[in-house]
Design a protein around this ligand. Structure first.
Ligand SMILES: [Zn+2]
Ligand SMILES: [Zn+2]
Length: 335
């Protein structure tokens, strides 16, 4: 099968992913092999390709927003019939037995492993995953629209919950990429007023089209105090201005897996009056199931730009330059 393989992290401008012919994976017990039709491109893939996320294997196929159909089932894998349409997310497997797993916070499992990092991901014609970590895709979505829901959507959903935003509240979004443009749609569904701080006029236009009440530059102060905010940009220098924009008691949730250094904070200016600063770490299976159900009910409409598999480097380069509006996806089995 074809795969885009990362052997050595390097600046994405040097096109570190190479197209290779690799053996098709075989399912082990409880596993399925999926014929991939679409794989979403996530900023985490960029962090992996460029080495900000340290590689854990000598070679890896990135990609963790996979939509496809069950091609083969391993022994005792009976959850999905062959041909069933399923999705794969960042969470590849958890231990199931640790305190975090038992408390419903498997996203914090110390033994968790991740798709497209510890295990080969979806920048390929096929992928092997535990069937317990695959998800049925609601019929309302075609493959392309479903792919960005599987990380951008799920993380946006978890970030909204971590931020404590309530229906009708005032929400700030810092950075406006794939995840933020889905989080905005969720927040609007909950009748929140959304304020978007981002560089890039096209991102601001998309935010307004999706219902943002106000848009401004990355460091600009929203016109009203925010009940909650989410920092999607991997830019620690935005933390102080985002905290300053909160009302007393408000929460800032940082949604990325990687962030540049956070500058010194002033207790009085940024944290006092019970402002909270928190993070979002991966997701649980329940997050993914709930987000997919909610996405179908609304329904969410991701804005997508398609690239063929062999142009994965280019998709990541455009993502790095903030040139993707909404979500980039790699198409494999679809035109
Ligand atoms: Zn992701
Ligand atoms: Zn665990």
């Amino acid at each position: 099968m074809r795969a885009m393989v990362l052997k050595q992290p390097a600046p994405v401008e040097s096109s570190p992913l190479t197209l290779e012919e690799v053996p098709e994976p075989q399912p082990g017990p409880g596993e399925i092999v999926i014929a991939i039709s679409v794989c979403g491109v996530c900023r985490t893939d960029l962090h992996l390709v460029e080495g900000e996320l340290a590689p854990v294997r000598e070679r890896v196929i990135p990609g963790h927003q996979v939509v496809g159909r069950v091609l083969r089932r391993g022994r005792a894998a009976e959850r999905f019939p062959e041909g069933a349409r399923v999705g794969v997310t960042w969470l590849h497997r958890t231990c199931g037995g640790c305190t975090h797993c038992r408390e419903g916070r498997e996203n914090l499992c110390r033994a968790a492993s991740f798709t497209g990092w510890h295990h080969d991901g979806g920048y390929a014609d096929a992928i092997r995953v535990p069937e317990a970590f695959a998800y049925p895709i609601p019929e309302i979505f075609d493959d392309v629209d479903a792919a960005p829901l599987l990380c951008a959507g799920v993380i946006g959903f978890r970030a909204l919950r971590r931020s404590g935003i309530a229906p009708g509240g005032r929400l700030g979004l810092y950075g406006f990429g794939s995840s933020a443009h889905i989080a905005l749609q969720l927040a609007r569904h909950w009748d929140c007023e959304v304020f978007v701080c981002t560089r890039g006029d096209e991102h601001r236009q998309l935010a307004r089209r999706l219902g943002a009440r106000w848009t401004g530059g990355a460091q600009e102060a929203p016109p009203e105090p925010l009940d909650a905010a989410i920092l999607f940009a991997p830019a620690g220098e935005l933390v102080p201005s985002a905290l300053r924009a909160l009302r007393p008691g408000g929460t800032l949730a940082c949604a990325g897996i990687y962030m540049s250094a956070v500058p010194d904070l002033s207790y009085a200016e940024h944290l006092f009056e019970e402002r909270s600063l928190t993070s979002v770490t991966a997701h649980t299976r329940r997050d993914a199931e709930q987000l997919l159900a909610l996405a179908a009910e609304i329904p969410l409409r991701p804005e997508t730009t398609r690239f063929p598999l062999e142009r994965a480097n280019e998709a990541l380069q455009q993502l790095k330059r903030d040139q993707i509006n909404g979500s980039a996806v790699l198409t494999l089995g679809v035109a």
